[in-house]
Design a protein around this ligand. Structure first.
Ligand SMILES: [Zn+2]
Length: 82
């Protein structure tokens, strides 16, 4: 069998996220995207689950994707599709 599932970090980027809910710092959020993907012969075919967390570059507080502000979510999705 040369296909299966692998998990790992599939991307990271810095985006403007609006004021941080924790420190109110209006700055850049560092977003890490983790996912599982199906691979064949160790070549990724498609992702089967994606999880993102964002870390405030000022206070280092991390938030899960479901708590992203609307600005952050917008910028995150723009990055993902580019
Ligand atoms: Zn913060």
């Amino acid at each position: 069998m040369f296909y299966g599932l692998r998990a790992g970090k599939i991307g990271e980027f810095r985006v403007p996220g609006g004021p941080c809910a924790h420190c109110q710092h209006d700055g850049i959020q560092h977003v890490s995207v983790y996912g599982r993907y199906l691979h064949a012969l160790f070549i990724p075919i498609f992702p089967v689950g994606k999880k993102a967390v964002s870390e405030c570059t000022n206070c280092k507080k991390t938030i899960p994707k479901k708590e992203f502000s609307s600005i952050l979510k917008q910028n995150y999705e723009k990055k993902l599709s580019s």
